[in-house]
Ligand binder design. Structure first.
Ligand code: PLP
Length: 413
């Protein structure tokens, strides 16, 4: 037994605790849903990615059970040896159709999809141009790839070089990066569709226009968008009116589409074929389990046949955003069900946000506070996530609790 690293990590872990950066888990003793049980107490959950309330939806649970009965529990194989069933192909077809893309390849997670997508396509002669606030899995995927790298200031489309307001670091706008990368063989712009900390939505229309002007591909990660953004829930490309103009979409089944696990890459047939031959997390990792495949097919069928759930989510989001703004909370305007309530303008804002979240739990509302280094200093917040699983009375209960605690802590008059 090697003890040197244990001693070292003890010190490091204590350091995290001292800096209040140590992550601990809250234990839930119920299925995921609008109402959950934490420490034996019922509370309303406002911090899951369960945007459409499908995580414990009876139709999905039934579909998962049925698929276990029809196709078994596991495949014990990667896809290309003996791990592909008819249902994997069916799900790939359905995702392609739902997203308006030619073809799709499944992965165990979107983290894997993003880890897979760059390296087979781009080499040292190519350029990746990536938003400064992209998800960790995009950052890691880019690290695995030998392409040259440009990072553009978050959401900045311009031909400029200046300090990024979101990160406080010097950087460039997207158009400046595209100009600098003009001699590369291929250029690819990579962005989250919706950014999970602020709930802001990528300006995909402007990104696609710049991509056309500078002959670049567009890759967008739709994990916080698929199923509910846009009139029929297809995602950011629908929301921004650029369906058919995006080259590559990655997304997760671990959020709005039932919340279990799994992810995918969609794109032109040649790119997806290439992935089936070259993408390492596909070649060297197990097939998605039949139960997950069956339930995800059901989720897509539900969303393709009716917009009821995404419409309900939109109504819930509007109600919450409008009433919280009216009450005097500092909320960044927008349409996304991620609603950050900002604390930066109050004294001692980090502590205030944490105290606020704790008091909310006493009121039966489960929300979490985010402080530095998860968000920049002074951008402390409570991030609320609205769901179609919430009923109007749940939203109203949350608003009432926010007002009550806001008054107790001197934030509201
Ligand atoms: C959650 C998330 C992922 C990871 O998805 P998993 O399927 O849970 O691995 C990737 N990208 C973004 C933008 C995400 O929000």
């Amino acid at each position: 037994m090697h003890n040197k690293i244990k001693e070292y990590l003890k010190g490091e872990l204590k350091g995290l605790q001292d800096q209040k950066l140590y992550k601990s888990e809250r234990i839930i003793e119920s299925p995921q849903g609008a109402e959950i049980i934490v420490k034996g107490k019922k509370c309303l959950n406002f911090c899951a990615n369960n945007y459409l309330g499908l995580s414990s939806h009876p139709d999905l649970i039934k579909a998962a059970h049925e698929e276990i009965d029809r196709r078994g529990y596991g495949l014990s194989s990667v896809r290309f040896i003996c791990g592909t069933q008819d249902i994997h192909k069916e799900l790939e077809r359905k995702i392609s159709e739902f997203l308006g893309m030619e073809d799709t390849i499944l992965f165990s997670s979107c983290f894997d999809a993003n880890g897979a997508v760059f390296e087979p396509l781009l080499g040292p002669d190519d350029a990746i141009i990536t938003d400064a606030l992209n998800h960790a899995s995009i950052i890691d995927g880019i690290r695995l790839c030998k392409a040259q790298r440009w990072i553009y200031n978050h959401g900045d489309m311009r031909d400029v070089e200046e300090v990024d307001k979101s990160t406080g670091k010097a950087g460039k706008g997207l158009e400046r990066c595209l100009k600098e990368a003009k001699n590369c063989r291929f250029r690819m712009i990579a962005t989250d569709g919706s950014f999970s900390m602020d709930g802001d939505i990528a300006k995909l229309d402007e990104i696609c226009a710049l991509a056309e002007k500078y002959d670049a591909m567009v890759m967008v990660d739709e994990s916080h968008s698929t199923g509910f953004l846009g009139k029929t829930g297809r995602g950011t490309h629908e929301y921004r009116g650029v369906m058919g103009k995006v080259d590559i979409i990655t997304t997760t089944f671990g959020k709005a589409l039932g919340g279990a696990s799994g992810g995918s890459i969609s794109g032109p047939k040649e790119i997806i074929d290439w992935m089936r031959n070259k993408a390492r997390p596909y070649l060297f990792s197990n097939s998605v389990a039949p139960a997950v495949v069956g339930a995800t097919i059901k989720a897509i069928d539900l969303l393709s046949s009716s917009t009821e759930l995404r419409d309900k989510l939109e109504r819930n989001t509007k109600l919450f955003r409008t009433e919280m703004t009216k009450a005097g909370f500092d909320i960044v305007p927008g349409d996304h069900p991620i609603v950050p309530i900002m604390f930066g303008k109050y004294p001692d804002c980090s502590k205030l946000a944490v105290d606020f979240a704790n008091k909310m739990l006493e009121e039966g509302i489960y929300v979490t506070a985010f402080s530095f280094p998860v968000v920049p200093k002074g951008k402390d917040r409570i991030r609320v996530q609205i769901s179609a699983g919430h009923e109007t009375k749940h939203i109203e209960q949350a608003i009432a609790a926010f007002k009550k605690v806001g008054k107790e802590l001197g934030m509201l008059k």
